[in-house]
Design a protein around this ligand. Structure first.
Ligand code: HEC
Ligand code: HEC
Length: 174
């Protein structure tokens, strides 16, 4: 590498680390985005989206993501297949599949027409204060809000709230 280029890279890295620690943490999180992992590592041979794959191939047995075909845990299977998938990525995928199976695909069916992925909605628009989830800009109590939003039954509101509670929601400042 040319010295000037090396200097520039070093400078950019230094700026990144000193001025934007939060954004560099964010990109580390995004590296483990399970949708991106699925789309780059699995979709060329399987269904184009993780959700369709999960619907077709997976099921929950006693809280463990298992394969419909063999009944074996997905996590064990992924240790062998496909070769070279890092452990952390495999775990991110399994966690994501589990969340999908637990919500019965409700969020995908009733919310994604208007919203981002649940994880993005949670991260950008919600807050958690003493275990209660609120709108980040509206301060609404979300479990109350959802009774009249998104055409959910009362049971479905509970399912969606449980799903939001599993997401990483920022805490409200005090
Ligand atoms: C290079 C192609 C390829 C890639 C990439 C790939 N797979 Fe597969 N996968 C296969 C083949 C081929 C089978 C066996 C097909 C069959 O018997 O249904 C399979 C089978 C599976 C099965 C078992 C399905 C069943 O019903 O028994 C699972 C689960 C699975 N793959 C998950 C994944 C995941 C998750 C990824 C991404 C991390 C992935 N695969 C990436 C080719 C691939
Ligand atoms: C027809 C489009 C549409 C659908 C479908 C929809 N939403 Fe919304 N949602 C909106 C709009 C528009 C807003 C912002 C309006 C507002 O704040 O009053 C919003 C706001 C929200 C908020 C933020 C509330 C706040 O106070 O900041 C949450 C949480 C939410 N929706 C969850 C859901 C969930 C969960 C579903 C699926 C069950 C869903 N939405 C389905 C359009 C939709």
């Amino acid at each position: 590498m040319l010295p000037i280029a090396r200097f520039a890279t070093g400078l950019i890295m230094a700026i990144g680390v000193t001025l934007f620690p939060a954004s560099s943490m964010l990109s580390a999180q995004e590296a483990a985005d399970p949708h991106a992992i699925y789309e780059s590592r699995c979709a060329q041979c399987h269904q184009p989206h993780a959700r369709e794959f999960a619907k077709a191939a997976l099921t929950l047995q006693d809280g463990i993501v298992t394969m419909r075909s063999s009944g074996a845990p997905l996590e064990l299977f992924l240790d062998q297949h496909p070769r070279g998938l890092p452990r952390a990525d495999a775990q991110a995928l399994v966690t994501q599949f589990k969340a999908m199976l637990e919500t019965g695909f409700l969020y995908q069916d009733k919310c994604v027409t208007c919203h981002d992925r649940a994880s993005t909605l949670a991260r950008l628009r919600l807050f958690e204060r003493d275990g209660v989830i609120q709108g980040r800009y509206t301060y609404r109590d979300i479990s109350t809000f959802l009774r009249n939003h998104g055409r959910l039954t009362a049971e479905e509101v509970d399912i969606i709230m449980k799903m939001f509670h599993r997401q990483s929601i920022p805490s409200a400042p005090r």
